[in-house]
Design a protein around this ligand. Structure first.
Ligand code: NAP
Length: 464
């Protein structure tokens, strides 16, 4: 047909044109005109997409503060891409003022995430994409993930939205087949409790000495404060606006996989996450935690993925739940109602002057005084129990750490990772190397003595 076209035989060209199917045409163009650049020949290690916002600025700071360690500009290079290059440039200039000695300047590319041509051009420049553009539900980030799988490029994001991760799950087998690692949720919320559960399971299995299966794992979040960025508030609003379409996904305790039995065990249901109960192991009370409805889904997915990829799950029938931890029943009850209502939270933030606009969030000085701890308790079928603790900083700084450390592993130590491809959780994609990386960069992971007492004095006053 091409020959007929170039020889000017329009009659023959038109005759054959009508017989060609859509997918044959696509195949033709891809084969003859769609030359790709092999992963090893791409000029940059990674692209950060959508870094003009608040989280993007913390990610840039994390990269620049580790410039010497990662040999930025020689061993490792990155570029920025987004829909508004001027905003990216302004954010970069603001961050660079803090790092006058680092010489590396990333190029900036205009890339619309809803254009497959733009996406393709961006992906062929790098080995990994770190996507920070949210609300994810409102973007075409699933097109970007498709492009990454198609053109052999790993993908990391910081989304905290069950419906968005759910959208990507249909691509799991494709990514597995193509040996591409798709790692959404590499962030403070989601990612950190996911890695904490992985660590706790590993330590319990070591302690039990024989093949132990985790039966129950309970995670308590314990912190002296924090405030959502403007982007996080917009993300919550986006989820509320689309609730008609996503309610079924949001209300499913196994929305991301890992269903146990018929999925109806009482301990796996969401009403358990709202419960106020006394936990003797912690001498404290459980209260509802907004992100428990996200973190539990992710840990359940991790448990399932381990089996799917041929490894040992944490526990074949493991029950995982998560709460905030309080010293008294009264405190747990009063926090529980305000904590899961975004309207009440916004009223409170407004009164405190902490209702941030897009692009804004808590300043560095305030964040430096905040801590986030996860206290976990787990037991195995043989009666062995374990208590662990993870000590980290403010969730937004941890998001920068987790996402960048994941990207560094994917671009510099990919061979050390346990699996080759799939739509994975951070703990499954990164395994032990990821745990070691975030640990050596500052997050503490500890096994506690059985009589360890929680220091409730530390949270007597919430700073923010
Ligand atoms: N799981 C976690 O723990 C965690 C932690 C931090 C952040 N997050 C999530 O990360 C996202 C970003 O948060 P943030 O506080 O940094 O928000 P932000 O300050 O508002 O920044 C949002 C960024 O996304 C870009 N963007 C938004 N819609 C886009 C679209 N349709 N196409 C292309 N780019 C788009 C914006 O680009 P422009 O500059 O062009 O507007 C901006 O760069 C939110 O969804 C938030 O929930 C999750």
């Amino acid at each position: 047909m091409t020959r007929h076209f170039f020889e000017g035989r329009s009659d023959l060209f038109e005759k054959y044109w009508d017989t060609i199917k859509e997918h044959e045409l696509r195949h033709f163009f891809r084969k003859y005109f769609g030359k790709t650049v092999e992963k090893k020949d791409r000029p940059y290690a990674f692209v950060v997409y959508g870094a003009s916002g608040y989280t993007g600025s913390l990610i840039l700071e994390y990269i620049y503060s580790n410039a010497d360690k990662i040999n930025l500009g020689t061993d490792l290079t990155f570029v920025l891409a987004g829909r508004t290059p001027e905003k990216l440039q302004a954010r970069l200039d603001e961050v660079l003022e803090k790092f006058p000695d680092v010489k590396y300047r990333p190029d900036i590319f205009k890339v619309n995430i809803d254009s497959t041509a733009h996406i393709r051009e961006m992906i062929l420049k790098c080995r990994c994409v770190l996507n920070v553009a949210g609300p994810f539900l409102n973007t075409k980030a699933d097109l970007l993930v498709e492009g990454c799988i198609e053109y052999d490029c790993d993908y990391v994001d910081v989304n905290g939205e069950v419906p968005f991760t759910h959208k990507l799950i249909g691509m799991h087998d494709w990514a597995k087949k193509k040996n591409v690692l798709i790692v959404p949720n590499s962030a403070g919320a989601g990612g950190l409790p996911d890695v904490a559960a992985f660590y706790t399971s590993e330590e319990l299995k070591k302690k039990a000495k024989k093949d132990a299966d985790v039966e129950k794992m309970h995670c308590f979040m314990f912190s002296n404060g924090g405030a959502p960025s403007g982007g996080t508030l917009a993300t919550r609003a986006a989820m509320t606006a689309s609730i008609k379409h996503v309610a079924k996904i949001m209300g499913n305790p196994f929305a991301l996989g890992g269903v146990v039995g018929d999925g109806k065990r009482p301990e796996d249901q969401d009403r358990e996450l709202n419960s106020v109960r006394y936990f003797k192991e912690f001498e404290g009370w459980s209260g509802a935690f907004t992100y428990a409805f996200f973190d539990t889904r992710l840990v359940r997915r991790s448990n399932w993925l381990l089996s799917d990829l041929g490894a040992e799950p944490m526990g074949r029938k493991m029950n995982f739940s998560e709460h905030l931890l309080f010293p008294t029943e009264q405190a747990a009850k009063s926090m529980a109602s305000s904590n899961t209502s975004s309207k009440k939270e916004e009223e409170k933030l407004k009164a405190e002057g902490k209702l941030f606009k897009l692009g804004q969030g808590l300043d560095e000085e305030t964040r430096s005084k905040l801590f986030t701890e996860y206290h976990l308790h787990a037991n195995a079928g043989d009666g062995t129990t374990i208590r662990t603790k993870v000590i980290a900083g403010d969730g937004y700084d941890e998001t920068a750490r987790l996402s960048v450390e994941m990207v560094l592993l994917l671009t510099t130590k990919r061979d050390s990772l346990p699996f080759e491809g799939g739509v994975l959780t951070p703990s499954v994609a990164g395994g032990r190397p990821f745990l070691d990386a975030i640990r050596s960069s500052g997050i503490a992971f500890e096994v506690l003595d059985d009589d360890y007492k929680v220091d409730f004095e530390k949270v007597k006053e919430r700073l923010v």
